[in-house]
Write a protein that binds this ligand. Structure first.
Ligand SMILES: NC(=O)CC[C@H](N)C(=O)O
Length: 359
């Protein structure tokens, strides 16, 4: 069946529908990972967004459900150049198309993803629609597409009640704003008992449990709309308990300290972003998925200092808080999918918990 991708600037692409035949409006971003499409589909930070995969053949190793980053995908739609109808892998549970049907994700293939990506790069991330209906008159549709906003997604993707996983020597609270599963897994691997808390939990409820450390997770949407969570983080950061934060968590910690965030033109979404540790000069390749970034000039040098920078565009990729046991990164040390270069940061968090006077 034919499907259409309509962008807010009026561009229309014709392709072939796969997965769910549902009409969606969302923000469109491109992802440059060559593999890891399941991890992209199941990363809750993509809630409200559709993803254009720049690698031209997607689905060739099928889907292994164990590798999902959340129990259900929140992504809006998937755009590929060519879908591999039959995937091949010894761990495969199903093909990508079946996964999209089961999870109600509309897909479109046969799109010139290179052209579309160049448009997003030039014009910035755009809203669009995926539909199987051909609309002759698109003026009203385009107004609807333009009006779409990614909002309120954290409360849809966070867990409903607290739960605990792992056994071990350190007790960690993971504040879940739409957390990828591999964050908790990395902690459990390092002998942590991890209690995952909904984003609506108060700081007091977390602090009364006497944790060795607190993790702030990734998550969808504009960080500046998470006003209630930012207020709770202001309390958590005064407790002296070591805190490590990833992506949305990193942005929320910055906002809790009075710094500002802004939207990038087309964000960083991929598994090949170089980041530089400013204290050693060493560059690591990282997995990234973010549209927003902490505004460099708003970081108060009495409170914090830049820790990592993106080598491509020099944007802030990590912040160290002075005389505090707080470190935050914009990229994903838990990888999934992507390189494990920065998984050592979880070891650093373990060290922070072992030596609480480390700061
Ligand atoms: N992966 C994330 O946590 C993304 C953070 C935020 N939603 C952004 O787009 O920048």
């Amino acid at each position: 069946m034919k499907a259409y991708l309509i962008l807010e600037d009026g561009h229309i692409f014709e392709g072939e529908s796969f997965g769910a035949q549902r009409e969606i409006i969302s923000e469109f971003v491109f992802n440059t990972s060559m593999t890891g499409y399941l991890e992209v589909l199941s990363d809750p930070s993509y809630a409200g967004q559709s993803v254009v995969m720049t690698y031209p053949l997607i689905g060739n190793y099928g889907v292994c459900l164990e590798d999902q980053e959340s129990s259900q995908p929140y992504i809006q739609g998937l755009i590929v150049n060519e879908l591999a109808r039959v995937g091949s892998h010894f761990r495969k549970n199903m093909d990508l198309e079946e996964y999209c049907i089961q999870n109600d994700i509309p897909g479109i293939q046969g799109i010139d993803t290179r052209y579309l990506t160049k448009m997003i790069r030039n014009q910035g991330c755009m809203n669009g629609m995926i539909t199987t209906t051909y609309y002759e008159n698109r003026e009203d549709i385009i107004e609807k597409i333009k009006a779409f906003q990614v909002t309120g997604e954290v409360l849809k993707t966070t867990c409903q009640k607290p739960y605990t996983i792992g056994i071990g020597k350190k007790k960690v609270a993971l504040y879940d704003f739409g957390a990828k599963k591999n964050i908790a897994k990395e902690l459990v691997k390092r002998d942590c008992i991890v209690t995952v808390y909904p984003a609506t939990t108060s700081a007091a409820d977390i602090l009364k449990e006497g944790y060795d450390g607190i993790m702030l997770s990734n998550g969808p949407g504009d960080p500046s709309e998470c006003v209630d969570i930012i207020n709770q983080i202001k309390i958590l950061m005064k407790s002296g308990i070591p805190i490590f934060a990833i992506c949305l968590g990193h942005q929320l910690m910055a906002l809790a300290n009075g710094f500002q965030t802004e939207k990038l033109k087309y964000g960083h979404h991929g598994a090949n972003h170089p980041v530089k540790d400013l204290s050693t000069g060493r560059v690591y390749i990282s997995t990234q998925n973010h549209n927003y970034v902490v505004k460099d000039e708003t970081i108060d040098s009495y409170i914090a200092k830049p820790w990592f920078r993106n080598v491509n565009d020099q944007t802030i990729e990590g912040i160290e808080y002075i005389h505090k046991n707080i470190k935050t990164v914009q990229f994903h040390p838990e990888a999934c999918a992507g390189p494990l270069d920065t998984s050592y940061l979880f070891d650093e968090f373990m060290k922070m918990m072992e030596d609480k006077n480390h700061a």
